[in-house]
Ligand binder design. Sequence first.
Ligand code: ADP
Ligand code: MG
Ligand code: ZN
Length: 471
Amino acid sequence: MNYDVVIGLEIHAELKTKTKVFCSCKNEFGAKPNENTCPVCTGMPGALPVINKKAVELCIKSGLCFGSDISLYAVMERKNYFYPDLSKAYQISQMVNPICIGGGIKLSNGKFVRLNRIHLEEDAGKLTHISKSVGTLVDYNRGGTPLIEIVTEPDFSSAEEVDEFLKRIREALVFAGIADCKMEEGGMRCDVNLSLKPKDSVIFGTRTEMKNLNSFKSVSRAIEYEIKRQAEVLNSGETVVQETRKWDDAKGKNLTMRSKEEAQDYRYFPDPDILPIAISIETVAKLKNEMPELPQARRDRYVQDFGLPEYDAQILTSSKYVSDYFEKCVKLFTVPKKISNWIMVDLLKLVKEQEEFSFPISEEDFVEIIKMVEEKTINKTVGLQLMEKVIETGEKPRVLADKMGLLVTISKEQILDLLRKLKAENAKVAEDYKKTPEKVVGFIVGYVMKNTGGKANSVLVKELVGQVFND
Ligand code: ADP
Ligand code: MG
Ligand code: ZN
């Protein structure tokens, strides 16, 4: 039988705040176990939470990334359940009045995937299961760190759509400084809800949920696996059970974790310790003002306004830093494709495999070198040597080029003279050029270079050879 695939996502991202969401403990990855804890984030009775304004602002900004409506009135609620990584026995989250409502992302295939909401909540601690006899260790450092949860409508119909969407979410959150989304550190996690229905049926099937997938690859693999599994269940005449299934990436399959029948009633209610959040229109306007132009908008502009290939646009927007660098260069010297080539081929390789980097040369100096090459004051090879020296010494390109004797001092007239001289003195070369120019042009350029001590611009010489020898 033929099925339609229906997928909805719940995406958690850790917000980039200095401190936790309800206390002043540090929000950092990699501290010693339980180093960053206090009575509030370990859930001691009577401790009082105070909401972190920055976390609220970042949640608002995440909504602004994806065109959500920002609520002017939002409420934190208690979601009650017991688990050892949650010392209060409730998580402070949002239910009825989330900070962001609606919004969405248009995928490259034209489909608009709708967001249901984005809300603010706290993360739980981390359990490390050692063994049956030793037991389990708990680290509350992550407890009480701020998360946003992005909930989509069930609008996806393939693993490819999900993959593109997740990448777009991540690049926007990183670009806007909202979250680092380091998936390997658990900074971005994704729950996949998936169901099948008979082709073109309007009624959704029963869904399963796969929790806490933390790499793009495992999300795709988990989806492919679950589609197959559900299709087999339905084909054999059975029904899909609504349940949470745990994806085992090493084994490449998933297993029942808990079924919905055992699911708890979370008994959400407004947290009496935290006042409702009033968000003013002015605050939203101020935050909007702080938002950078996002990667997709930049890519569109690079292709349309600068005529760059999609490939270049993609690489240049791989980080905000590179994108900003590129734009500053283009402002200084409007040859976008040339600058793009230099950045992609010659600059990015200097920093490759570094997670956070800045280029070792200023935009001004970089552009100055490109200008010298474009003006044919130096050729590209010399330009690259010059760049190396500029990086090494920190001196200005033109000053350095002069010192190093790189500046071309041979004029076009002088080159033409040399070419005419060669033609007059060496009849064989002139003859050979008429028959097979490609075979002797190298010799001719070499002659000029030799007679100018290598100071002529070889590209220019090449251009001038025809002028003289075709006569
Ligand atoms: P819950 O709170 O129980 O997880 P929600 O209604 O909030 O349920 O939905 C959670 C996610 O499941 C959302 O991303 C939603 O799009 C998705 N979803 C809902 N129904 C289906 C379905 N039939 N098939 C696939 N995904 C679904
Ligand atoms: Mg859910
Ligand atoms: Zn604390």
